[in-house]
Design a protein. Sequence first.
Length: 94
Amino acid sequence: MPMVHSVNSYANTISVKNISDDSVKELNKKFDEFIELHKEALSIYIGTNEGQMISTTGRVFGSNYDVQNQEWFQEAKNAGTSPIITAPYESAAG
């Protein structure tokens, strides 16, 4: 499962603590690099414990979108510091 190893390695290079506009820009650069190297990765999402959503799509999520109630967020939270890979699904953001 090479994708799992790549995701784990990549995850060790990022931090979502104290998110600022500059750190989001840096995360987006890293997202772009990863997707360029791994064409099978369609998108990357990060949800924070503070409810912030960061994604490779650049989509702005509405104020009614609660990342903490998403199944993938709960799965990731239960995984602790290990990243997760989900099966493709239709985005709740449209």
